[in-house]
Design a protein around this ligand. Structure first.
Ligand code: ADP
Ligand code: MG
Length: 248
């Protein structure tokens, strides 16, 4: 279990995340975190992944407060974050294969000298071929770059993947393929996913349960079908109405 308890993050005197609690059970599982731009989704994602320390509240990994873990060891590997392509998930100066091999070495994931084989396996897992290992990020399409970023996250055999608008910059066809890939990977690797999006249609493809953020607060949560049928908060209603084909 990966859990956020009463997370609060204050910037310039304002709580941009305000007492947010949510829990991700062991996988395979998918939880959707939705909210308009600026509602605090990325801040929650960064706290859960150990990239940021909340002002108040705790992140618990398998029952233990991660603030005492200095982002090391089991927690650091178990929880990986994938950000949207436009935010430069991959280092532009590094070949894709080198970037993944570096992660394998840093975490001693495979015996020395076998990194190349493992990189090829990881690329195959995400639908890329071994030849993509020699390319730089700018030599890949947006969809291929996002696949490579997912392969790099998988290199440390995570249990939890925090996906922060992973298909935001992609057109709908490519978006659907990436979501299909994530669905397959979830089953194969028994992953627990936190899928973050402002788009309910994206979340609906992978998650049965959703949490709605509005101005840093959880304003609604529950099974996706119930939230769609009877949204209780105006913020949820406007997220739903933005996706007409999901409306009842
Ligand atoms: N480092 C920061 N300093 C000041 N304000 C920030 C910082 N990071 C985020 N914010 C503010 O916090 C709010 C939530 O941001 P964010 O978590 O990125 O929302 P979302 O991902 O839902 O768009 C926004 O109003 C944003 O401007
Ligand atoms: Mg964001």
């Amino acid at each position: 279990m990966l859990e956020a308890r009463d997370l609060t993050v204050v910037h310039g005197g304002t709580a941009v995340v305000d007492r947010v609690s949510l829990a991700l059970p062991e996988g395979p599982y998918g939880l959707g975190l939705i909210g308009a731009s600026g509602s605090g989704k990325t801040t929650v994602a960064r706290c859960l992944s150990g990239l940021m320390t909340p002002t108040h509240g705790t992140v618990l990994f398998r029952g233990a407060d991660v603030s005492g873990m200095r982002r090391s060891g089991a927690y650091r590997r178990a929880v990986q974050i994938v950000v949207q392509d436009t935010e430069g998930a991959l280092d532009p100066r590094m070949r894709v294969g080198t970037a993944i091999a570096e992660v394998l070495r840093a975490h001693r994931m495979v015996p020395r000298g076998t990194e190349r084989e493992r990189v090829a396996e990881l690329l195959a897992d995400v639908g890329l071929s071994a030849e993509h290992a020699a390319r730089h990020p700018h030599q890949l399409s947006g969809g291929q770059r996002q696949r490579a970023a997912i392969a790099r996250a998988l290199a440390v055999r995570p249990r939890f993947l925090v996906l922060d608008e992973p298909t935001n910059a992609l057109d709908t066809t490519v978006q659907a393929r990436i979501l299909g890939l994530l669905n397959t990977l979830r089953t194969e690797h028994r992953l627990s996913l936190l899928l973050i999006s402002h788009d309910l249609a994206v979340v609906a493809q992978l998650c049965r349960y959703v949490v709605v953020l509005h101005h840093g607060r959880v304003v609604e949560e529950g099974p996706l079908t119930a939230v769609l049928r009877e949204p209780r908060h105006p913020a949820t209603r406007s997220l739903r109405d933005a996706v007409p084909r999901l409306s009842p």
